[in-house]
Design a protein around this ligand. Structure first.
Ligand SMILES: [Zn+2]
Length: 425
């Protein structure tokens, strides 16, 4: 292999001529002078069409490449401008980096992969870049992936959900494909206008193809879905129903706790009740031995709170059973909850009656709640990880990497056949 080819491989570039490589003593970095190969010159930075030369632009500039061993590396090249018939005067495309990027494509892909797999501090430290730069990079990587594969193609069953971020001050609308379990669309906002943007992007034929749309029971979502998706049935996202029951249970726990603390002045009892929060909240099959003990103590010492717990569990069971069995259990639950004389659950029974049809439809549908729930949980975790990003676009891009199937392969691994190393016999 010729030396120039070796450098090309080391720097992770294609369709590029490596003219010279020097070690910059002042900055302690390796700088490779490069230029696009013949066919790759004078192309529009956006559409890649061949254009006429305009001017030298801002002269020579550098792109950060992957480190070579432990030493930071840069590519250096001219950055001329061209005149595109569609995009006007624009910086010419280069084969080693995305448009407007200050890092090479290999660097950006590695950065995106790391962002999806490692902690924030690990990415910052390993790549020597700020978290905000990571945000800009993942946004570009995801836009690139979506340009190559449209995530809205062929959708049949989707789920629409709202996710809070910035400590609950802002919201995202997220759309998940129930078939693949992937996040396919997200935007900042929580209103009809924003949701309509999704159906605009999906287009008329895309909307007509939808058969089932699940949502959290919000009226504004139902309005938009009914006006845009004429062939789709709107069903309830069942895990939201379980969430309502958990919230109602928590309300009862707080009431009992407050009564112990304030009215009875019993601090020991109040503290013990406070310590039961997770035991009441978790699914019984996941309880630790200690938590099971706490639950037994609630059953023994506080009949009202324990009844609320059983109400939550029966509703969860109905949702989990699904089908006609689940629907029968739901009817039993409604009857029980309506007469339980615990305000939070009487209110919940009323709410569930209001949404009974879409909930029953959800129980009849084959959609896996576990899949949607896990995708939604992952997105909620990400809203905390991505807190340092300035724009919601970066948060959305992070979610697309993690649960949207947009994470690139590590550089140099895409076409490599799997090598099997065997010791000589
Ligand atoms: Zn163009």
């Amino acid at each position: 292999m010729r030396l120039a080819k070796v450098w090309q491989r080391l720097l992770g570039v294609e369709r590029t001529v490596v003219e010279q490589v020097v070690f910059d003593e002042d900055d302690g970095v390796i700088v490779a002078s490069v230029r696009p190969r013949k066919g790759a010159t004078r192309r529009c930075g956006i559409c890649g069409r061949r254009c006429s030369w305009e001017d030298r632009g801002e002269g020579r500039r550098r792109w950060r490449a992957l480190d070579l061993g432990a030493i930071p590396a840069y590519l250096e090249a001219d950055a001329p401008r061209v005149r595109c018939a569609e995009h006007g005067v624009i910086v010419a495309q280069v084969p080693w980096a995305r448009h407007k990027a200050r890092h090479t494509t290999a660097f950006e892909d590695q950065c995106a992969w790391l962002a999806a797999h490692c902690s924030r501090s690990a990415v910052e430290e390993l790549l020597r870049i700020a978290w905000r730069t990571v945000g800009a990079i993942v946004t570009r990587v995801v836009a690139d992936a979506h340009a190559r594969h449209d995530p809205l193609e062929g959708l049949v069953r989707i789920g629409i959900d709202e996710v809070a971020y910035k400590k609950g001050h802002r919201y995202l609308i997220v759309v998940v494909d129930h078939v693949s379990g992937r996040l396919v669309w997200a935007a900042a906002g929580r209103d009809k206008k924003t949701l309509n943007l999704f159906f605009d992007a999906l287009g008329k034929s895309g909307c007509a193809r939808l058969r089932e749309v699940s949502a959290d029971g919000a009226e504004w979502v139902a309005d938009v879905v009914h006006s845009r998706c004429l062939n789709a049935r709107l069903v309830m996202d069942a895990f939201h129903v379980v969430q309502w029951a958990t919230d109602a249970l928590d309300e009862v726990r707080r009431e009992v706790w407050n009564a112990a603390r304030r009215d009875l002045g019993d601090k020991v009892l109040a503290d013990r009740l406070k310590g039961c929060r997770y035991a009441l909240w978790k699914n019984p099959e996941h309880l630790t031995k200690r938590q099971r003990g706490k639950l037994a103590w609630v059953a023994y010492s506080n009949a009202r709170l324990y009844r609320a717990y059983l109400l939550k569990e029966e509703l969860r069971l109905a949702i989990r059973m699904k089908g006609e069995e689940g629907i029968r259990l739901l009817a039993h639950w409604l009857n029980w909850a309506s007469h339980c004389r615990i305000d939070a659950f009487v209110d919940l029974a009323r709410k569930i009656r209001r949404h009974r049809q879409p909930i029953e439809d959800a129980l009849r549908s084959g959609t896996s709640n576990a899949l949607i729930e896990s995708t939604n949980t992952k997105i909620r975790v990400l809203t905390r990880v991505a807190f340092g990003f300035r724009s919601p676009d970066a948060l959305i891009a992070m979610a697309m990497l993690a649960v949207g199937g947009c994470c690139p392969d590590l550089p140099g691994r895409q076409t490599q056949p799997r090598l099997e190393l065997r010791a000589a016999a």
